[in-house]
Design a protein around this ligand. Structure first.
Ligand code: F6R
Length: 359
């Protein structure tokens, strides 16, 4: 039941604040994060983290890699599961192997997990479905508690995965004693604010409805961002592709000048993720270059930006991850509104299945 929402995807976007609260319940203490499902032995002897996943879950993994290196000071790399399986990867037992999956059934991710286990690596799955194939195979699991996700396009699974991985980064940081107490307190404070950042802002929802009228005619979209806002850009582009069938690409903003900027023209819409608290000046200059080449710019930012043709104004906050979650909701709404206006079946996009159990 859609509880008055037009689509399950819309309901699930609106649910994110509550499910993330559930996901954090009992997992944040005064000065640490904590999981019933794991203990400190999980990182004993670990020098590196490898993450494997597909699709939206892969984007959560890419986001986490920034947090593991920045906060936990552990080397981290992320691979698409279908690539990992056939590349004859070098695996060493000082690596913690993390797989991320909403369903716990994705064939490529499951096989990657089995390969890592067979090679003697410690494994952890971040998953929404207990008793799934992955939670049965892994050494450790952390459940994301997002509830059933019906929309084929993943929304609340991604926000809960990202929150779990951020909490995990802080758990490792504390266990390894590599985080300054003031930084830790600041991170915990921000974490507690995430449910607030995920509440749908009516003005932003209205704005995405208005933008959808013109954007459905776009012949191409670039979503650009830097740092964690790069995987967020990938996720924004994937959502738009999946449910609107419009061509969209996510790009690290600093890469545009190495080729893609050649595509810039007024019919090309650039959705620029411009957080106040992370590399603002850098992204600003990347967007200025695109604007000078006549790309139509939609800035997603709490700060005014005079070159923006369109604007989605997010709230001012004091942590870049809170901006991340606010922008996530805005991007989800934008793709959903475009899809609705195109008359598509938002919850059951063509050619896609909720769970990809074949390779
Ligand atoms: C995108 C989407 C897919 C899944 C991917 C992995 O909205 O839903 O890209 O993220 O198929 O699925 P899980 O997370 O179940 O392994």
């Amino acid at each position: 039941q859609k509880d008055g929402f037009r689509f399950f995807m819309e309901k699930e976007i609106y649910e994110q604040s509550d499910v993330v609260s559930d996901c954090m319940l009992g997992r944040i203490k005064d000065n640490e994060t904590f999981f019933d499902e794991i203990d400190a032995s999980i990182i004993e002897g670990i020098k590196e983290i490898k993450i494997c996943a597909c699709g939206t879950s892969y984007h959560a993994g890419l986001t986490a890699a920034y947090l593991f290196e920045r906060l936990s000071k552990v080397k981290c790399n992320v691979e698409i599961a279908s690539e990992f399986r056939y590349k004859e990867p070098l695996l060493t037992d000082d690596t913690l192997f993390i797989v991320i999956s909403q369903s716990g059934e994705t064939a490529d991710t499951l096989e990657a997990l089995k390969m890592a286990k067979n090679a003697g690596l410690k494994s952890l799955v971040v998953c929404n479905v207990d008793n799934s194939s992955m939670t049965r195979v892994t050494d450790y699991k952390i459940l994301t508690r997002a509830g059933i996700e019906k929309g084929v396009a993943s929304t609340k699974a991604f926000s809960t995965q990202t929150v779990v991985l951020w909490m995990l980064a802080l758990y490792f940081a504390k266990e390894k004693n590599v985080i300054d107490n003031e930084v830790l307190q600041n991170e915990l404070h921000a974490l507690r604010e995430v449910p607030k950042s995920l509440i749908v802002n009516d003005k932003i929802h209205e704005k995405t409805k208005r933008l959808s009228k013109r954007y459905l005619h776009g012949h191409g979209f670039f979503f650009i961002g830097r740092d964690v806002f790069f995987p967020l850009a990938l996720e924004g582009a994937l959502k738009l592709k999946e449910i609107s069938y419009l061509h969209a690409e996510g790009y690290p903003a600093g890469e545009m000048k190495h080729g893609p900027i050649a595509l810039a023209d007024p019919e090309l819409f650039t959705i620029a993720l411009m957080p106040q608290n992370l590399l603002y000046d850098k992204i600003k200059s990347n967007v200025e270059e695109l604007s000078a080449r006549d790309s139509t710019i939609c800035a997603v930012s709490p700060l005014d930006f005079e070159l923006a043709d369109d604007f989605i104004k997010t709230e001012k906050t004091d942590h870049y991850m809170l901006e991340f979650f606010e922008m996530l909701v805005a991007l989800q709404l934008l793709s959903m509104e475009i899809s609705i206006r195109l008359g598509n079946d938002v919850d059951m996009p063509r050619n896609l299945a909720k769970s990809v159990t074949v390779e």
